[in-house]
Structure formats: C-alpha cells, structure tokens
Design a protein around this ligand. Structure first.
Ligand code: UT7
Length: 323
C-alpha cells in the first residue's frame, strides 16, 4: 500500500479579450502568416485593465473545486505557479486562499517561469506523500501581457494570459503504475542559461523590466530537454512510451510540440494542443491544456498523461499522472 495524489478536479479561466494575430500587424513589421507558420499561434487572451493574476487564478480554482465537489474550506494547501504576481508580496496563493474563504490551510507561490506548473505539481505531490497535506489546490496563473516589450516582434506576438487549476487529494493505492494519481516527477534547472530567457528588471534592481528571449536557442534546448525529462519521468514510473495516452506539453510553439512528440515516438493525435488559441501562457499553459483536454472529452479517468515544460532559468521538468 502507498499514498497517491489523485486528481479530483480541474478547471481553467481565460480573460474575455481575445487578440488575433492581425492586431500586431497594425504596429509591428509582422504578419498573421509568419506568426502561424513559426509558432502555430492564431490568437491569445489578454487580461482587462485592472484584472490581476490572482483574479484569473481564483476563477480557475473555483471551477476545479466545483468539479471536485469541494469548497475552499476543504483545502489543506494552495500552491500557485506564477512569474507575474499581483504584488511583490504577499503571494498570489494567499490572495486566492482569502478569495476562496480558506483560513485553516497554508498557501505559497512557486516561481519556475514556464516550467512553474510542473514544479508546483511536484511540490504539491511531495506535501501529500510526506503527510503534510491531504487536499491541495495547484494553480498556474499568469498575466504575461504585462511584461511584454511591444516593440519586440520576436516575443510580444507569442504570449498570452490565463489560468488553470487542479485539485489533488491523498488516496490509498496499490503502489503500482496502474494506480490513479501522480506516478513520477522529474525536475531540472541550469542557471548557466539565464541570458536565454529573462525579464530585465525586478524589485532588487529597482526597475520593472520586460521579457527578453533568444528564441532560437531556447527552441534548441526545448526539444532536447523536454523529450529527455519526459523519458526520465516515465522510466521512474516504470512505464514506456507505448503506455502514454496523452502528452500535455507546455504550449509555447507547435513546432517544439511536434518535434518533442516525434522524439518521444508519440503520434500527434495523442497530444493535447491549445497553443493556437492561448499562445504561450507560461505556468498556466499546462493546467489550461489539461482542463481543455478534459472538457473536450480527450482525457478520461484512467488515462496515462505525461506533462512536460521548459522555461526561464532554464528550468524544465515532467510529471506523469494516471488521470
Ligand atoms: O515558454 C518558454 C519557452 N519559449 C519557447 O519555447 C520559445 C522558443 N522559440 C520559438 O518559439 C521560436 O524561436 C520563435 C517563434 C520565437 C522564432 O522562430 P524562429 O523560427 O526561431 O525564427 P528566428 O528567431 O530565427 O527568426 C527568423 C526571422 C528573423 O529575421 P532574419 O534575421 O532572418 O532576417 C527575425 O527577425 O524572423 C524574424 N522575426 C519575425 N518576422 C516577422 C522574428 N519575429 C518575427 C515576427 N514577424 N513576429
């Protein structure tokens, strides 16, 4: 017998404002065709003025809790993955905790940029396996539209805003790869690659900062590292590529998603793809895709789901979940 962190609910929220690629043609030297052919992105959502990351996170959380048949008061812990917090402190997680009416649990943020959700999920799983929490809400939420340089056509056309959430619950299990729940996690980072993807400002430097990216280099690392981390997580779970029902990748670029699937030997009809509709929503992209995948009837109970993500740091990782 063992304990597993089992998914009881999932939900997402996207801001109302949908921004098509044509919007960027009006003020940048770019085209809808270039954006689609190089990234697969057709549109993205931007938060309304005054709408913050904690607002998006709370809306996604409410939907995940409703599916789980729980309220905020049922939670022992809330972990939010974000790089675009409302304030320097307190954490977005404590704001969500307050919005959900929870006063008995604990809440904190995790910052691993686009890999944030797999880091948050792995931390939430560790809390459950170590007996520190039984019911954990894990959220990825971002307002990346706030850190774009609108003169940089190589980055500002790629990102969007949104939030997704999962509710995990401790359940007794047999301890086999047939169990429902999180079966393995794999986390990595390498700070030598800081200059490939970063925001050139922050509190300690007394500047606001905008996102900077060496797109081609990040692309090269992504394909190699994403396939490697997914491989490692599957091996830790005692599973093979053939066992995978769904790959739910970080949604940065359709060409990265396709190349990684090819490396993993998984056909594209087993990959959940939302990048065309959401753009790159950083830490929100995987829980958004999980929620859309469930809503569309793709991901069903018992399916083996592999998530993989990479982002600034560089930081990258994978989580294997039996849904
Ligand atoms: O979420 C974190 C992880 N992030 C990622 O995974 C992103 C990884 N990188 C990428 O997705 C791709 O590298 C991009 C989509 C950012 C760029 O695609 P690319 O095929 O690597 O293009 P490139 O950077 O090599 O640029 C090719 C050309 C350049 O022109 P020159 O130098 O060849 O004349 C760029 O200036 O395309 C130009 N370009 C654009 N042209 C029209 C760059 N951005 C644009 C644009 N519209 N928006």
């Amino acid at each position: 017998m063992t304990i597993r962190s089992v998914v009881k609910g999932v939900g997402h929220y996207l801001p109302e404002k949908i921004v098509p690629n044509s919007y960027f043609e009006s003020f940048l030297d770019t085209t809808n065709e270039w954006i689609i052919s190089r990234s697969g992105i057709e549109r993205r959502h931007f938060a309304a003025e005054g709408q913050t990351t904690s607002d998006l996170a709370t809306k996604a959380a409410a939907k995940a809790l409703a599916m789980a048949g729980m309220t905020g008061e049922d939670l022992d812990a809330i972990v939010v993955a974000t790089s675009t917090a409302d304030l320097t402190f307190p954490s977005v997680a404590t704001m969500v905790q307050n919005n959900l009416g929870n006063t008995t649990g604990f809440a904190f943020d995790v910052q691993a940029v686009c890999a944030g959700f797999v880091f948050a999920l792995s931390n939430a799983n560790a809390l459950i396996l170590s007996g520190q929490a039984k019911r954990v809400l894990v959220i990825g939420a971002e307002t990346f539209s706030r850190i774009m340089d609108w003169t940089d056509r190589g980055t500002c056309v790629l990102f969007g805003d949104g939030a997704g959430a999962l509710v995990l619950q401790a359940e007794d299990a047999a301890g086999t790869s047939g169990d429902r729940g999180i079966l393995a996690t794999d986390l990595n980072s390498d700070g030598r690659f800081k200059d490939l993807l970063y925001v050139d400002g922050g509190v300690s430097t007394q500047t606001t900062g905008r996102l900077r990216m060496e797109g081609k280099e990040v692309f090269r690392h992504a394909v190699e590292k994403l396939a490697d981390t997914a491989d490692k997580a599957l091996t830790k779970a005692g599973l093979a590529h053939d066992d995978v029902d769904w790959v739910v990748p970080h949604q940065a670029n359709i060409r990265i998603i396709q190349a990684t699937a090819r490396k993993l030997g998984v056909s594209m009809d087993k990959v959940v793809v939302t990048v065309q509709d959401h753009g790159n929503t950083s830490a929100a992209s995987i829980p958004l895709a999980l929620s859309v995948g469930v809503q569309n009837g793709q991901i069903k109970q018992g399916d083996l789901v592999v998530t993989e993500a990479i982002g600034g740091g560089l930081a990258w990782g994978s989580v294997v979940i039996r849904w």
